[in-house]
Design a binder for this molecule. Sequence first.
Ligand code: AHR
Length: 317
Amino acid sequence: MLKRTLMGSVAVFAFGAAAAHAQTIGFSQIGSESGWRAAETTVTMQEAEARGIDLRFSDAQQRQENQIAALRSFIAQGVDAILLAPVVATGWDSVLEEAAEAEIPVVLLDRMVDSDPDLYLTAVGSDLVHEGRVAGEWLVGAVDGAECRVVELQGTTGSSPAIDRKNGFEQGIAGADNIEIVRSQTGDFTRTRGKEVMESFLQAENGGADICALYAHNDDMAVGAIQAIKEAGLNPGTDILVVSIDAVPDIFLALAAGEANATVELTPNMAGPAFDALEAYFADGTVPEKFIQTESRLYTQDDDPAGEYEARKDLGY
Ligand code: AHR
């Protein structure tokens, strides 16, 4: 059996004769707030099955306390490793220390924590600041110097994508004095809240006449907001530009219909690279890079949105 001891912050490995392979992995998922999240869950389960891993899944229903309880339960069960998609960035030190003391490697999926990086093996995710910057730069090009009042739907408060995508977008529009974020509020990454908050933005901004663009931290909020814009008698995609992040099938339908303008892709396959890293770690002690970055790319109405919808519609979103 693989044995790991922690000496200060340095991991030391010793290997026995038995096959070193992660058989049992606990997965603490945030919940099912978005189409992207559903796809990440589906892909993780499929990847685990294909690799013969016994995946113990726990849905935290958006609550950090449920995730902490799940991690403690995984530790008590003696799993070989833990995947954690952390709902917020803070408050993980104690439970990550408990996992380290139990010599159970933790891999972060898609969101980051502010804990000491020595407390987790690696993190698989995208450059969340980059995603926001790409969205902002797209808007700068799209409005081409025209005055533009932007409303922003933020993700879950305290989550790393909400923090980083906000910062990234602000970087993307920095220097474009014609663009101003006039309202910004959380829509909690859900379609329902995205619609509700957009309704309040429309009401506060002259029925929407004073809004030039919507920036949403994920596609689900954008889809909800598109509905609100239509119900307000405006045309999303033309009267109000819509740029968001994730590249889920429904945003491609909106792009194809001319009701959304751009999305930045976030791959739901975080588990593949995570399991690869764990396999190498258990095979011979290979310690992965602290951050394994997935690719992000921009899609617009010019990128065959109908074809992209067809290609993605059965992938578990
Ligand atoms: O952490 C990734 C984000 O979480 C996705 O962009 C969003 O859709 C999800 O809820």
